[in-house]
Design a binder for this molecule. Structure first.
Ligand SMILES: [Ca+2]
Ligand SMILES: [Ca+2]
Length: 336
């Protein structure tokens, strides 16, 4: 049995579900405290990430009703096309290259990979602005920092190492860091297929509703980026390396899993490696905004296959939470 690393009370949800169950079985008082905190969810949040920790994130209401029919529509070609008059993606923006995602009514663009340590470090070098105090979502961070927190919870100095690990996804950043990064580079957090804005926290995440599900599932044609059948060797979930790892497990450099391309060509790690922040939160406004829950999508190197589908959503991360298994990528409007 592997030791479970203690974590501070301010990042309760970082207790991995499997370790939470273990803690429950062991009955440790310290762990129970964590579990109580981690079960705190806003009313109506659906209970997908509570003590339930033992069950799977995204298992709550409607997540399992996939829109991806086995014989689903194709329509996965055409990514990245820049010639010939159709929509295209802006070029020259910082961060990962954008992939064009055609939809029924137009198109949007999405980062080809998770934002990396190198991308994020370059951004930090530009002395990015902090949110203003009146910012309804991130005002609580107006006197904070966008530096990854590398000395709390599951995060250590090795999780932000631009010299030696530039191609790793940036982690140990909260929802506001992610939002601010995307905004600064001329992109935005991924949101609604219709218009790119925020999505209701409890709105079922289907391909017709949200950009991350749409892109991951090839427009709703598959359950995983690579197809309908679960393959634990395709993307970086816990079983990718064939071993059920514990606290020592970590993300891999982006695009490490060659089989984890899709649901559109040139798009990587939509399932696994690290969870990705989404513009879907349980509330906003006031200094409490840091305690609202924000969705994270697609599973991580710590997760079971049931957390790795395109519709998987973890609902137990508060807006101010950071961890070594949570990162992000950005979306952008397509050019007409
Ligand atoms: Ca593993
Ligand atoms: Ca991912």
């Amino acid at each position: 049995m592997k030791p479970v690393r203690a974590h501070p009370a301010h990042s309760p949800s970082l207790l991995h579900p499997r370790f939470a169950l273990l803690a429950l079985l062991l009955g440790g008082a310290g762990f129970m405290g964590c579990l109580e905190l981690s079960t705190a969810e806003p009313a109506g949040a659906g209970g997908s990430a509570g003590a339930g920790g033992a069950s799977n994130a995204g298992g709550g209401g409607g997540m399992s009703s996939s829109t991806a029919g086995p014989g689903g529509a194709g329509g996965t070609g055409g990514a990245g096309g820049t010639g010939g008059g159709g929509p295209s993606c802006p070029t020259g923006l910082a961060g990962p290259a954008l992939v064009l995602i055609p939809t029924a009514t137009g198109a949007f663009c999405i980062d080809s990979t998770e934002v990396t340590v190198e991308h994020y470090d370059t951004w930090l070098g530009s002395s990015p602005k902090l949110p203003g105090l009146a910012d309804p979502e991130c005002g609580w961070k107006s006197s904070g920092t966008h530096l990854p927190r590398t000395n709390e919870g599951t995060c250590g100095p090795e999780h932000f190492d631009p010299k030696n690990k530039p191609d790793h996804p940036v982690v140990c950043v909260d929802w506001c860091d992610a939002r601010q990064y995307c905004k600064s580079v001329g992109k935005r957090l991924c949101g609604a297929v219709d218009g790119g804005g925020p999505i209701g926290f409890d709105e079922p995440k289907t391909a017709s509703v949200d950009e991350l599900t749409y892109a991951c599932s090839g427009g709703g044609s598959r359950v995983y980026p690579y197809g309908n059948g679960a393959d634990e060797k395709a993307c970086v979930g816990d079983r990718y390396d064939g071993v059920d790892d514990g606290p020592e497990d970590n993300a891999l450099p982006v695009k490490s899993a060659a089989g984890c391309q899709g649901g559109f060509p040139g798009l990587y790690d939509m399932s696994g490696n690290v969870w990705e922040w989404q513009n879907s939160c349980s509330g906003s406004g006031g200094l409490n905004a840091k305690d609202h829950y924000c969705g994270a999508r697609g599973g991580s190197f710590w997760d079971e296959m049931s957390d790795m589908s395109c519709q998987s959503m973890w609902k137990g991360f508060t807006r101010d939470l950071d961890g070594k298994n949570i990162g992000f990528r950005c979306c952008a409007d397509a050019l007409p």
